[in-house]
Design a protein around this ligand. Structure first.
Ligand code: ADP
Ligand code: MG
Length: 597
């Protein structure tokens, strides 16, 4: 073994850069946060090549004194905290003093700053972490940081960068989060010389509407709740406005954007009875509490937090949101009387730190059943369903053998949800959506194991509006999508066309299906999404295409479903999630009627 050696400062910074600035958007976040910490009232961003070629942030904040310029680029140097007490009560966005040092280590950086009293600005440049002497420069009051050729000296990191469009998409997202959190600050974003986004100083509501669009604006409910030193305020969309991903979810803890499991869980519970479980609510919420009651120093990028009293926080968030949603919930459903109580009076769900609530954040486990028709689902005529769903069973729905198959023969459909059948033991009750979903899931899985999901081309391609991030994903993941059975094409700056879709899912809405799969890829994205998230993606597809509640099936269709289930069971796959069917024996029925006792 070679001897132990101290790492050089440059190498330390390059290692840190892997954590703090794994892509241009992360560098942008750090620079924007520095501008806000410096009290800027106006911040402008210029990008080129998705932020990789060039990334510049200009602010009108307090500026940095000439003597401090080299320190600003040094590791563990910060003006924001000096003691442990400061750290425990930190209110600024930055405090670790490592962002600029890390960024400088992996780019050509130029920092120009002028304090308010100074006659002119000063500049310091750094190339791969090597500093040049400070020089006089021209520049307005405030600070400008410009990065060129991000990762020029770390090819391994550069390899992880995605297409220009994808990196730009991530930068836009970061920009929006920051813009959302500080409506009083004027902000603009340019890419390759073209204006992308520009917002003046404005009220919070105007800012949210400007960034999330008119549809969100017309659906949102405002909220402001306080209790015991906690405050939650902002906007939340009524359940009628919902998304197929968590892309319209902005949650800020003391002004800092976070993604937190406890928060996600409280949100999901609050929307529990009013939102189809596979859809995601939209909101922009600010949660404020004593900084000493939350630890933001959990992760270098600070998007995770830890609350001192998670239970109290969860209860408060849940109650505040439920209260705001209560009136909307009633009007959202045509049959409000059917809603199984809004849980307002009843005991709130309790958050446990160790709760392994996969469902809280990833609600699409296989075998998941959408809540019964609280949100109207676009359902088509059942005509021809059988042919589409079970082509292999045509004409053989009720085999003429003397032996009863394990799941028996269908008798009827109950409440639009269950298939009742009779077998040798008695009554079989099948959850038709769950069963169909499971069958489709196994079919897709088998197809993918063997190579690729067979595809079926559409006579008329379906089109969908897409974000830049999504069009970028389509280009980037064309192969993965093809293996999933999709052929997607970018046909305009914000339009995608679905030319082919997975053959086993013939009945699904191609555009919606494609969108959900893209969002899935995006969310767990970079790297090899298909490989890592394969089962999740297939589960999403299966759930999407599975026969919905309240669709009436004919007896042959029901029998086909039973036969397909048997074939799937025999394939020896383990059963995921909740059961798809249950048996009630004749003996059990007899007991109900006290027969033979
Ligand atoms: P941190 O933000 O955690 O303190 P950084 O590496 O991001 O660490 O920045 C180091 C220091 O440089 C900051 O503490 C601050 O004093 C100064 N600085 C960075 N960017 C700006 C800016 N835009 N305006 C004024 N000062 C800045
Ligand atoms: Mg910082």
């Amino acid at each position: 073994m070679p001897p132990i050696q101290r790492l050089s400062d440059l190498l330390i910074n390059q290692i840190a850069a892997g954590e703090v600035v794994d892509r241009p958007a992360a560098a942008l976040k750090e620079l924007l946060e520095n501008s806000l910490d410096a009290g800027a009232t106006s911040v402008h961003v210029e990008l080129a090549g998705g932020g990789t070629q060039r990334l510049r942030v200009v602010d009108d904040g307090a500026g940095i004194a000439k003597e401090e310029l080299p320190l600003a680029l040094a590791r563990h140097a910060t003006s924001k905290i000096a003691t442990l007490e400061d750290l425990e009560r930190v209110a600024s966005l930055g405090f670790r003093g490592e962002a600029l040092a890390s960024i400088a280590a992996v780019s050509h950086l130029s920092l120009v700053s002028r304090r308010h009293a100074e006659r002119h600005a000063w500049r310091i440049e750094s190339s791969g972490g090597r500093l040049a002497p400070v020089e006089p420069a021209t520049g307005a009051e405030g600070t400008s940081v410009e990065l060129r050729e991000l990762y020029f000296n770390t090819p391994a990191r550069r390899k992880f960068l995605r297409t220009e469009a994808t990196e730009l998409g991530h930068c836009e997202e970061v920009f929006k989060r920051i813009a959302m959190s500080r409506p009083e600050v004027a902000m603009s974003l340019q890419h390759n010389g073209r204006a992308q986004l520009r917002v003046p100083p404005q009220s919070f509501t105007d800012r949210a509407h400007a960034l999330l669009g008119a549809e969100f604006a017309s659906a949102c409910i405002s909220l402001d709740e306080r209790s015991a030193g906690l405050r939650l305020h902002g906007l939340l969309a009524s359940p009628t406005f919902n998304r197929s991903a968590r892309d319209y979810q902005y949650f800020f803890v003391n002004g800092r954007f976070v993604r937190d499991r406890l928060v996600a869980h409280a949100v999901r519970e609050a929307y529990h009875d009013v939102l189809h479980e596979q859809r995601f609510p939209a909101f922009v919420l600010f949660f404020e509490l004593d900084p000493a009651k939350v630890d933001v120093n959990v992760h270098p990028t600070k998007t995770e937090v830890r609350f001192r009293d998670p239970r109290a926080v969860h209860q408060f968030l849940f109650h505040a949101m439920s209260k705001a949603l209560a009136p909307a919930a009633v009007s959202a459903s045509p049959s409000a009387s059917e809603l199984p109580a809004l849980r307002l009076g009843s005991a709130p769900p309790i958050w446990q730190p160790g709760l392994s609530s996969a469902g809280a954040t990833h609600p699409t486990a296989v075998g998941f059943m959408p809540r019964r028709e609280h949100i109207p689902l676009a359902s088509r005529q059942p005509t021809g369903l059988y042919d589409v769903l079970f082509p292999s069973h045509q004409g053989s729905a009720v085999p003429e053998t003397s032996e009863t198959p394990p799941l028996g023969y269908a008798l009827a459909q109950l409440a639009g949800v269950y298939v009742l059948a009779q077998n040798a033991q008695g009554l079989v009750i099948v959850d038709m959506h769950a069963a169909h979903e499971r069958i489709l899931y196994e079919k897709l899985k088998r197809a993918l194991d063997h190579d690729a999901v067979p595809t079926q081309s559409l006579l008329i391609p379906a089109t969908l509006r897409a974000s830049r991030l999504e069009t970028g994903l389509v280009e980037e993941h064309a192969d993965a999508l093809r293996r999933l059975g999709f052929e997607l094409a970018v046909v305009g700056p914000d339009t995608l066309a679905v030319r082919s879709m997975p053959a086993p899912l013939g009945d699904a809405d191609p555009a919606q299906l494609a969108r959900d799969v893209l969002l899935e890829i995006e969310e767990y994205g970079a790297g090899n999404a298909l490989h890592q998230r394969r089962d999740q993606i297939l589960a999403t597809m299966a759930c999407h295409a599975a026969v919905r509640a309240n669709r009436s099936l004919t007896i042959p269709e029901m029998n086909a479903l039973l036969r397909d289930m048997e074939a799937t069971e025999r394939s020896g796959q383990c059963n995921h999630g909740r059961p798809t069917w249950t048996q009630v024996t004749i003996a059990e029925l007899d007991r109900l009627f006290q027969r033979g006792e």
